[in-house]
Design a binder for this molecule. Structure first.
Ligand SMILES: Cc1cc2nc3c(=O)[nH]c(=O)nc-3n(C[C@H](O)[C@H](O)[C@H](O)COP(=O)(O)OP(=O)(O)OC[C@H]3O[C@@H](n4cnc5c(N)ncnc54)[C@H](O)[C@@H]3O)c2cc1C
Ligand code: SF4
Length: 470
């Protein structure tokens, strides 16, 4: 079908087939099932191929969106994925977890009168198709430069830097503290939203290009940055994320059955507690669960608890629905799976039994006052409104902070008052010569695509340094 007839026909946005809520809430398989070729082409036909595409302005790494959509329309799927790879090395990941509704799709011209083009679904389609049916060809690499780069951390920003620099002919080694690479993509985001096999296939692609990966190395403890320079590395990129959990700082937080979301999700995802006893990872499987917070992390924890067999899961959030920071799609999926929302509610103290296990939480009702420094209306406690919620598992998902292990053991690396590394936003250069940083350890917990964008800027700057100097 040509563009004109497609417009005349007014193709509706093609829905993504999904597992049914009553089935998926008890399994860890992926929720959306992906487009088939014909559906992808039909969705691609909706794109107006705008002359000045607003969608591209909304993409933090400026993928040529109309360009790759045109190639899908022409059934040139391999060319489409190669086109995306020019700007984004993790499209199967981004197609699944990027907040498209506030980025590319949020800017799509069609969204003004109708629903925007499903850019994320199309990106996912070409990436999955390449993984399943592609030739596995590697992109061409430049001649070896003899320069060595150490990348600390294997999250999206570290992987981006490694992928960019290996193609430019440098020798790259990634050091990762955990036993598996991928950062939050493997230890935080659950299997039902991002199958780990996809992350590992992206890592495997880098390994085939020649990137070396050393897991179980905690830089700052096992080896310092200065020791890496002494070993002959010419440049170092720090992409260690912001993995230190924040707590509520209320009484009873150390009771058995109160987890940080970080620990809960790491046990469930990375250490596969959901496959117990095949994997020997203990986890409290609550029947009546309370999750504190309302971001993506809270939704992931709540939906994981449901899949681990909970009868009732409640999200407890001190603001109202309008302020919930999670992606709309994740809130919708959680609701469909039966997660309940207790809004304008703040925890005051956890209550436990004589064996030290959590049995409930005392809460306060809140009302919204004037906006605070974040621009959101400040929640104010309603005096005397205390009430009790019973629970046998509580998960705290109220944000994360910078882990001081590496930064405090490294001389010459400036950090800000919140413990994040100070780096030039355009180049990623830190105050220590030969050291760059990017992703969550610079910005605080943000998004996969922003971490990748920071990695891209830093890899350009590292390449310039290795070619012309600091
Ligand atoms: C549960 C959860 C859900 C999320 N959902 C989304 C979502 O849907 N969409 C989205 O865009 N973003 C989401 N995010 C945020 C996103 O995942 C992060 O912004 C992104 O992963 C940051 O990438 P990074 O490379 O900076 O760090 P990370 O992904 O945190 O990776 C850092 C890596 O460095 C390693 N490391 C740390 N210290 C050391 C050390 N000293 N030595 C060696 N290695 C070290 C860590 O083990 C880790 O593997 C979510 C985050 C969480 C926690
Ligand atoms: S703004 Fe929307 S319609 Fe226009 S090129 Fe981008 S995706 Fe296509």
């Amino acid at each position: 079908m040509d563009e004109k007839s497609a417009k005349k026909e007014k193709i509706p946005r093609q829905p993504m087939p999904e597992q049914k809520p009553e089935v998926r809430k008890r399994n860890f398989e992926e929720v959306p099932l992906g487009y088939d070729e014909e559906t992808a082409i039909r969705e691609a036909q909706r794109c107006l191929q705008c002359k000045s595409p607003a969608c591209v302005q909304g993409c933090p790494v400026s993928v040529d969106i109309p360009g790759f959509i045109k190639l899908i329309r022409e059934r040139e799927f391999t060319k489409a994925i190669r086109h995306i790879w020019e700007r984004n090395s993790l499209p199967a990941v981004c197609g699944r977890v990027c907040p498209q509704e506030i980025q590319c799709e949020g800017m799509c011209i069609l969204g003004k009168k109708d629903r925007p083009v499903a850019i994320g679904n199309l990106e996912r389609f070409v990436a999955d198709r390449e993984r399943e049916h592609g030739t596995g060809d590697l992109p061409p690499k430049q001649h070896p430069t003899g320069k060595r780069v150490a990348v600390v951390g294997s999250g999206p920003s570290g992987l981006t830097v490694a992928g960019d620099l290996i193609l430019k002919g440098h020798d790259v080694t990634i050091f990762e503290a955990f036993h598996k690479p991928g950062g939050v993509l493997v230890y935080g985001i659950p299997e039902f939203r991002l199958p780990k096999e996809i992350v590992y296939s992206e890592v495997n692609f880098l390994e085939r290009l020649g990137v070396r990966l050393e897991c179980n190395v905690v830089v700052g403890r096992t080896v310092s940055l200065d020791e890496l320079f002494e070993e002959g590395y010419d440049a170092i990129y720090i992409g260690v994320g912001a993995g230190l959990p924040r707590f509520l700082n209320i009484p009873g937080e150390n009771l058995i059955g109160v987890y940080s979301a970080n620990e809960y999700l790491t046990r469930a995802n990375l250490m596969k507690a959901y496959l117990f006893p095949k994997y020997d990872t203990p986890i409290v499987r609550g029947r009546n669960v309370a999750v504190f917070g309302a971001g993506n992390v809270a939704m992931d924890a709540a939906r994981t608890a449901m899949r681990l067999g909970a009868e009732r899961v409640r999200i407890v959030y001190r603001r109202s629905r309008d302020e919930m920071p999670a992606r709309a799609a994740e809130i919708h999926h959680a609701e469909e799976e039966g997660i309940e929302f207790h809004l304008l509610t703040a925890p005051k103290r956890f209550i436990g039994n004589e064996s030290g296990r959590v049995t409930g939480v005392e809460c306060l009702r809140m009302e919204l006052g004037k906006p605070d420094e974040s621009g959101r209306r400040r929640p104010v406690p309603v005096e005397g409104s205390e009430f009790e919620l019973d629970c046998d598992l509580a998960v705290i998902a109220v944000g994360a902070a910078a882990n001081p292990l590496l930064t405090q053991s490294t001389e010459g690396l400036e950090i800000n008052e919140r413990g994040y590394i100070v780096a030039d936003p355009e180049t990623g250069k830190t105050t220590k010569r030969g050291v760059w940083a990017g992703g969550d350890i610079v910005t605080g917990q943000a998004t996969v695509i922003l971490a990748m964008g920071a990695g891209r800027k830093a890899s350009d700057s590292i390449h310039k340094y290795l070619t012309w100097g600091w």
